[in-house]
Design a protein around this ligand. Sequence first.
Ligand code: BG6
Length: 476
Amino acid sequence: MLNKDFLWGGSTAANQIEGGYDEGNKGDCISDHLTGGTLETRRCFTKRIDPQKNYPSHEAVDFYHHYKEDIALFAQMGFKVFRMSIAWSRIYPTGEENEPNEEGLKFYDDVFDECLKYGIEPLVTLHHFDMPYLLVEKYQGFLNRKVIDLFVKYATTVFERYKNKVKYWLTFNEINFACIPMGNLEVLGIYHEKTKDYTEPYDNLQDRYQALHHVFLASAKAVRVGHKINKNFKIGCMIAHVTLYPYSCHPQDMLLAQKTDHLFNDFCGDVQVRGYYPYYIKEYFKENKIHIIKEENDDVLLKKGCVDFYSFSYYMSNCISCQEGLETSMGNLLGGVTNPYLKSSEWGWQIDPEGLRYTLNKLYDRYQIPLMIVENGIGAVDVKDANNLIHDTYRVEYIKKHIEQMKRAVDDGVDLKGYMMWSPIDIISSSTGEMKKRYGLIYIDRDDYGNGDFSRYPKDSFYWYKKVIDTNGEIL
Ligand code: BG6
């Protein structure tokens, strides 16, 4: 049985919904340099914005001009919470200004006021795969320690400004994306011309983990500042949890699954929840000749900047095996061996609702602090018929099965504060930049070629989710 104050809602990210990329004095950010792609071609990063190319985030789904309409629709579904991110480059266009950009601050004031008007609690991510582009070009993002202070300046500005409007914050979205080469750019801001080469991405382990150390410090400092500004703030971490099973009971599969789980799923949460580097990472650093350069106070800072709650995204699970030649599956960030007991989405992500119950139990056992599911959903090709109806039964089925398992985990005793599906409105896909990979409960008239007038149409899943929230998850 869920508590009556359970936080039901949905999640988004600025670079995937806002658009208005050059409005309101906003500066260029990383995603403004990412072209549209497909599952096969993926996205490219261009140093200069090329007018001949398509950059989906420039208009995205135009939340910048439609936020009132969108939030009214969220209210109609009965949302208790709306997760969104602030675009750092709306507040500090290059990241280096001394004074924040008032137009950017005002935009988020308006968005939060609109949420609060309907009793919707905003839950805000400070960094969702984005930073002012200048910081990439000039400093290689968080590889340079100076960017920690620039991030803390930005965090302090928004904490101060919205201290009476926003209570729930997340520092870095899917911070553990930094533990695989593809996360160099999105989380760390490190760019190399082969960064976006999906077959053989550029990588330098020493740089990656050094930059991640700086991200941990930036997060810990932000947590400290936030608690000083408002002691009622609840500030969380956000991990992409790709649940991993050993493919067989062979002890070598068990050990490899445990190691991969530690390195990808556990490492960042362990640092952010416990405030120190876990024992197993030392051996990994030794094996890979990684030496983290720390300043005197760093360990104290990590310890003092622990998060209040643990949030995570859950889309799928994968298997791990030592055997070669097994069939493999793609996935959200981390691929693996195909699980013969599961089906996959159109984009090859293996659907595993019971894995959510397993994961919630694992995480609560590990950390013993409140949890939040802040992303869960399915990307699919939706068809709008002549009457503007969208019969997305597969989405209802996906979310329903996950909520069933989430409720069972709560019955198991897990302290879960909320469920935010991804995403209440169609958005551009983060990995491929596509519009046709739709996640929303609300359809948006926009395609991969820039056609469409951004009209909004509730899908069947919209009415279904409204009923779920109305009954606090009793009727699914
Ligand atoms: C998560 C991200 O990895 O997965 C989101 O936090 C992203 O930004 C979501 O949109 C789904 O991934 P994709 O690539 O299908 O958009």
